[in-house]
Design a protein around this ligand. Sequence first.
Ligand code: UN1
Length: 519
Amino acid sequence: MSRRVTSVVGGLEVPGAPGGCVQSVNPARVSEVVAEVALGDAGTFAAAARAARAAQRSWADVPAPVRGRAVAHMGRLVEANAERLARLVTAETGKPYAEALGEVREIVDTCDFFLGEGRRLYGQTVPSEMPDKQLFTFRTPVGVAAVITAGNFPVAVPSWYLVPALLCGNTVVWKPADYASASARALFDLLGHGGGLPAGVLNLVLADGEQTFAGLTRALQDGCVDKIGFTGSSTVGARIGELAGRHLQSPCLELGGKNPMVITPTADIDLAVSAALFSGFGTAGQRCTSLGTIIVHASIAGEFTSKLDTAVRQAPVGDPSAGVLYGPMLNQRFADRFEHYLTCIQPHHHLLGSDHTGRITTRNPRPGFIGDPAAGLYYHPVVVAGVRQDDTLFREETFGPIIGLTTYHDLDEAITLANAPGYGLSSSIYTRDAADAFHFRRHITAGMISVNNSTSGAEAHLPFGGNAKSGNGSRQSGTWILDQFTRWQSMNWDYSGTLQKAQMDTTELTPDQSFRLDD
Ligand code: UN1
């Protein structure tokens, strides 16, 4: 039986469906409706931002260690509901259950990290250039954060924003992806109940993209949003950045990736094959950290590609509750876009990993498929060998079970190819040579580098984020996100009883610059 989910503004469920109703459907069994979603509209978003603004000052007055305890309780409640939440994530996104459980674990990890930050959130005491004067720095909350997130990680990635934003004393308007509304509402309820959050501190707005953009525009004009966090496509990220810039704000943007994996002659080839399989096809290639293009040294390309071909053919694909490598596409929109990218395969390409491309059906079958392919949005995996620099498949993020493959002769050529699409999120190198690894690190534009590991699977307490088309340099996770959700405030306190003027009333010792040591 499907549930009905609504927005929550100022602690109250929004009545009706000002933005219309949509269904959230299980992509593994499209006949199954997971939730009826009552959407809000631009007005709902603006109202949520006003509610957040009204609640912000008293939330910031809650001592940071107490907010840290709230985060601790959120983590424990998420942990106590881990299986239920993971089952819901699988039902709504088609992500294999083991991955969904990992995603829930990432929320708990995030809470575990930030619960202690409530007792740190350090400022500094700084010496003054004058006597009887002291300088200090404080981290102050930014104010109201508007957080807009994607549905491929419907609960973990939102927690990277929500948990630290709340910990730092901000209030939040959260707009999750509409096709993952039930998972979002579940996380919203767990954080709200777990944290004992007062009304208005965390608000949930379910809305489509255009209404959200209009609502965000209005909320910014009303002066009710101070910080935007956005995870999604580079195209929408650029629009958000433009809007934020008009209000002199710098958003936290986590955008797409075309993540390269370079396989050098000294690589452990079997290890590289297993990583290419997981990072290319895990989550059906729908992570922003998914592998885009394999760049393999010509001397080992034959062995590597034949092993990869076999591994992809043998990989279990199908029902996400059945221990598969990957299940269906997230929803019809993503399936349609992926089908577009399949039309970009050209005669000079050579396909590996499967005898078929496109939707898996009884007429276009995949050997060993687990479950009923007709029930969901399942697609054949494909490795496209021979991609060239000007191919669409080389240049664009494809967000589906497809990876490109090309070869190189020297490492600088590989790095040039790796950087060529102009993204800069994640990257990977397989090598046993430390010099190769550090040379790659130094010259790759990516914000994240894996050595002998997958492009995906970042841990929740290292800086996460990208450069160029992957973001504006902002970083999430760990202490680095504190710079997004707090601002430094400096204070100087003069207790000398006189007006001591900086740079003018300072004393100076007299150096003897002519002094020389005896020979
Ligand atoms: C995303 O796809 O938006 O590093 C985030 C990873 C995950 C997060 C992916 N921990 O693959």
